[in-house]
Design a protein around this ligand. Structure first.
Ligand code: V47
Length: 366
């Protein structure tokens, strides 16, 4: 496909237009357009186009949040083959945090003066914990720290709660929301293509179920993110298919806040910065109804995440602290970045650092 960036705009079929600040126009693109953009487009053109879209949506801002990731347990009945984090009973390195330990982590983090906005809680599907325990984690955090927003439990975990409790997803979510759940992280989506998913993680919920759970959450006013795990068995056509399924759902619900492409950690030989940046750029262009594309520095690495801010991303996630999922898989990024480090990354990329809350309200511009 020929793509040209000029004052007259970028033409992709007849779909709706997005207008960039420099007058560039992008139309909603089809599966075929997206594939040919991926295959044929000159790398820098792709980056400029994606950056135009990002600028048109969020101006020159790049967002971050002061947050804390907590994984309550790594015991998991699923044991997906790509996941280096999960353990079975008796394995070395198993951990199960008590609610008291979770609360202590939060309060010691607060007392270190790292005032933060949000806890991000995801973990394994524990073989014995009951739904009530997962609910108590949320209610205990909210009771002790009512000012902290709780982003917790992926669609995979929510499906597990529904199975072990016998309650519908709707009811599971009602209870969690009542006890303090504020929003849902985007994990567990992996790759939607049924064939690839069937090899990558046959034990995981189906793509259809993941999307259904998100649709129910959105219909209840609970916002969420969406992820895509790439760089394993899939090809570009599977990545684009994944994006289009998300775009379709977002057209119906509008409940997704951010999309986060996650590079598979574990086969570094297969990874390249070009691939990471192209994935961010294509995501930004295809997901014309998503406000935010997050470059998750923990998995991308700080430098690639920084460059991604010029390839369509507008969010670096946050200070994070104690990330375990990708560190178990061997990433060499730090466990946390300070606010100063994040601000420097954003400024040096020529963007304006904007500290945000869980719903992208700006708290402070640096
Ligand atoms: O779903 C597991 C992925 C996800 C590996 O919503 C791996 O704001 C790479 O979803 N290599 C969990 N990825 C993390 C996640 C997330 C992270 C940051 C922000 C948000 C958000 C969500 O991690 C899992 C899985 O796709 N994962 N193992 C691995 N070896």
């Amino acid at each position: 496909m020929s793509l040209s960036i000029n004052k007259a705009g970028i033409q992709h079929g007849n779909a709706p237009k997005i207008k960039g600040p420099s007058g560039v126009t992008v139309r909603r693109i089809s599966r075929e357009d997206a594939l040919s953009l991926w295959r044929d487009e000159e790398f820098f053109n792709l980056g400029r186009l994606a950056s135009e879209v990002a600028l048109s949506k969020n101006g020159n801002y790049a967002f971050f949040i002061k947050n804390l990731h907590i994984n309550p347990t790594n015991l998991c009945i699923n044991r997906c083959r790509f996941c280096a984090f999960s353990r079975s009973k008796g394995d070395p390195g198993v951990f199960e945090l008590t609610i008291e330990q979770i609360l202590n982590k939060i309060s010691s983090h607060l007392s270190e003066g790292k005032g933060f906005q949000e806890v991000h809680i995801v973990g394994g599907l524990h073989p014995e914990w009951r739904f009530e325990h997962y609910v108590n984690i949320i209610s205990s955090i909210k009771e002790a720290f009512p000012f902290i927003k709780i982003k917790a439990y992926t669609a995979t975990e929510l499906d597990h709660f529904s199975r072990i409790s016998g309650l519908s997803i709707q009811r599971v979510l009602e209870i969690l929301k009542e006890k303090g759940l504020d929003l849902i992280p985007g994990g567990g989506a992996e790759i939607f293509d049924e064939k690839v998913r069937g090899i990558l993680c046959p034990e995981k919920i189906s793509s259809r179920r993941w999307l259904e759970i998100m649709e129910i959450a959105h219909s209840m006013g609970i916002r969420s993110n969406a992820t895509m795990l790439y760089g394993h068995l899939e090809g570009p056509e599977h990545r684009i298919d994944h994006l289009l399924r998300l775009r379709d759902l977002q057209d119906r619900t509008g409940g997704f806040q951010a999309f986060i492409p996650l590079p598979y950690i574990g086969n570094e030989n297969k990874r390249s910065t070009i691939d990471d940046l192209k994935t961010i750029a294509i995501s930004r262009i295809v997901l014309d109804n998503f406000d935010h594309i997050k470059a998750y520095w923990v998995m991308l690495g700080e430098r690639v995440a920084q460059i991604a801010l010029l390839w369509g991303a507008d969010d670096l996630e946050g200070t994070v602290t104690e990330e375990k999922i990708s560190h178990e898989a061997g990433v060499t990024t730090p466990q946390a970045l300070s606010v100063e480090e994040i601000i420097d990354l954003i400024r040096n990329a020529g963007r304006i650092p904007a500290e945000r809350d869980s719903f992208y309200n700006i708290i402070k511009i640096y």
